[in-house]
Design a protein. Structure first.
Length: 306
């Protein structure tokens, strides 16, 4: 790890360059998410398992199984009681994080489900699929409330605004779309990437979004004007994921070049780079801790210190 301006340090509290630990997943970690209080994290893996982690100790609290094929993404409700994971088996699984049990299946997509987000009130989930659609789900009944159509290729990722009124999706068609969740209509289309858009995150005030792409860049967007505020360059490989700190100033990106990068969005610069032993497939932000999953099955916990 390193800091360009000597004001930040990244401490590896997890696996780093260590040998495989008994708590590691047995295969690639494809999704991570954190509870709103920043105390616990969830990871999912191609090995078909979901793990719940204590962020203070970095220890796994339990391991559960629930998908019939590889899961691709996971989201956690704000109260930390449930998680929702998306899978190649065309379904989403709802998990009870107290018992560690799978308690529901959301069925309706026609192809692999690549991304999932949950509204702040924990009542709805939004999923992104290779079938070129997004679906809005009622988590209590498991019912599809509406299907969002507008992308011309697979939808890879989705996030929702804090007020639960809008969703932002990323797609293989090289665009992002802003959706009204009540109307199901496309409000804006964001164009600027030159390859598949792999991930997206939105600030708490819903004024800006940041996207990750196979074109080896991240872009920061003004959601009102649809303008690119800045393009973050310096990653030498595909950018696999992106996450934002709660204040919207810092972002973390994961890459297939085995690195995590910490970005200052106000200045448009990279503050630090963390090197892993394997391609990093996903990342999340929990207050001063970064969580990331890699191709070797490891989950990393990186603590920032001012």
């Amino acid at each position: 790890s390193g800091a360009d301006d000597n004001t930040l340090k990244l401490w590896d509290l997890g696996c780093g360059h260590a040998p495989r630990m008994p708590e590691d997943h047995l295969s690639s970690v494809t999704g991570v998410a954190v509870t709103a209080d920043g105390r616990r994290a969830v990871s999912i893996s191609i090995d078909g398992t979901l793990k719940l982690w204590d962020l203070e100790s970095g220890r796994s609290l339990f391991t559960s199984e629930g998908h019939s094929s590889a899961p691709n993404a996971v989201a956690v409700t704000a109260d930390g009681t449930r998680a929702v994971s998306a899978s190649d088996d065309r379904t989403l699984t709802v998990w009870d994080l107290e018992s560690g049990r799978a308690v529901g299946k959301l069925e309706g997509h026609l192809d692999s489900v690549r991304g999932v987000a949950v509204t702040a009130d924990g009542k709805r989930a939004v999923s992104a699929s290779n079938d070129e659609t997004l679906k809005v789900w009622d988590l209590e009944s498991g019912r599809v409330l509406r299907t969002l159509r507008g992308h011309s290729e697979a939808v890879t990722s989705v996030t929702v605004t804090a007020d639960g009124k809008r969703a932002i999706s990323a797609s293989d068609d090289e665009t992002l779309k802003v959706w009204g969740l009540e109307s199901g209509r496309v409000l804006r289309t964001l164009r600027g990437h030159s390859a598949v858009v792999t991930g997206v995150a939105v600030t708490a005030d819903a004024k800006r979004a940041i996207s990750a792409s196979d074109d080896q860049t991240l872009k920061v967007w003004d959601l009102e004007s649809e303008r690119v505020l800045c393009t973050l360059e310096g990653t030498s490989h595909l950018v696999s994921g992106v996450a934002l700190a709660s204040d919207g100033r810092l972002a973390v990106s994961s890459s297939l070049n085995r690195t995590l990068k910490l970005w200052d969005l106000y200045r448009g610069i990279c503050l630090a780079t963390f090197h892993c032993d394997a391609s990093v497939l996903c990342c999340a932000f929990a207050q001063q801790t970064i969580i990331a999953g890699d191709e070797a099955g490891r989950v990393h916990f990186l603590r920032l210190e001012e």
